[in-house]
Write a protein that binds this ligand. Sequence first.
Ligand code: ZN
Length: 200
Amino acid sequence: MPQRRSRSRRVARGVLHDRAPMPMLVPYTEAAESARRERLGGGDCMMCSLRDGLAGPRYLLEETEHATTLLCRYARRFGHVLVVLSAHVTALSDVGQDRWLAASAQAFRAATLVERALGAVRCYVGSFGSPRGDLPLSGPHVHLHVIPTYDVDDRPSRVLSSESGIYVAEEREWAALHARLAREARAWPARHAVVFDAPR
Ligand SMILES: [Zn+2]
């Protein structure tokens, strides 16, 4: 885990340097403390708080009756997206196939969007939530991660682990990324039934 902030850890390692603002890699404990402070106005569930905009600004990509797709501000990689089920459901066996398929379709749309807009070499898509309720950057509430990677050697063991740190950014940088994805979605509307709005 890194001991200090560093702008030198470029996410894209040469691919995106001149095309994207780069977030900052911080230790997990620092990111967790920041997330905890942001949730002071939220409830007990991190995912419900994110869904409702009670855990810092919400950079919405798509919202349906089944799930909310938004930028993850405590990211494993630049362009990390969360798809949070609308209902507070904590077990896959309680989700139901229709709701799961709808959320998966949102994850697919998000993955194609970040793949195209950010030039990712691949996207990891999946549900990796913990049943524990005391993890500051996660929660038992079922959600999907869409994590683009830009390095062909970026293995799941690194991408999905918080041990190497968490990427954070200034709000203007998240807003710029959000705007960039919005531009891409508008340029490719047939494939992105994505609804953008201002951060809130
Ligand atoms: Zn919840």
